[in-house]
Design a binder for this molecule. Structure first.
Ligand code: FES
Length: 70
């Protein structure tokens, strides 16, 4: 789904930036994708997607460390 209509940024792109590029903050999302740099209406939704993606990363890291220890 589109999160930021002004910059045509999707939730998939935000998740990819978090998982592959290691972004962790709204400032980084703003700098990299332009999210929330025009009308600003996407800020809340972008923050929610960022939080979800970071939680997914932590879950993946926990799974990886569990698998490595096994
Ligand atoms: Fe993201 Fe307008 S919808 S800046």
């Amino acid at each position: 789904m589109y999160v930021c209509l002004c910059k045509s940024v999707t939730d998939h792109e935000i998740r990819r930036m978090v998982h592959q590029r290691g972004l962790t903050t709204m400032r980084e999302l703003r700098d990299e994708l332009g999210v929330s740099t025009q009308c600003g209406r996407c800020a809340g939704c972008a923050k929610d997607v960022l939080k979800e993606a970071l939680a997914e990363c932590q879950a993946c890291a926990a799974d990886a460390s569990f698998a490595a220890a096994a």
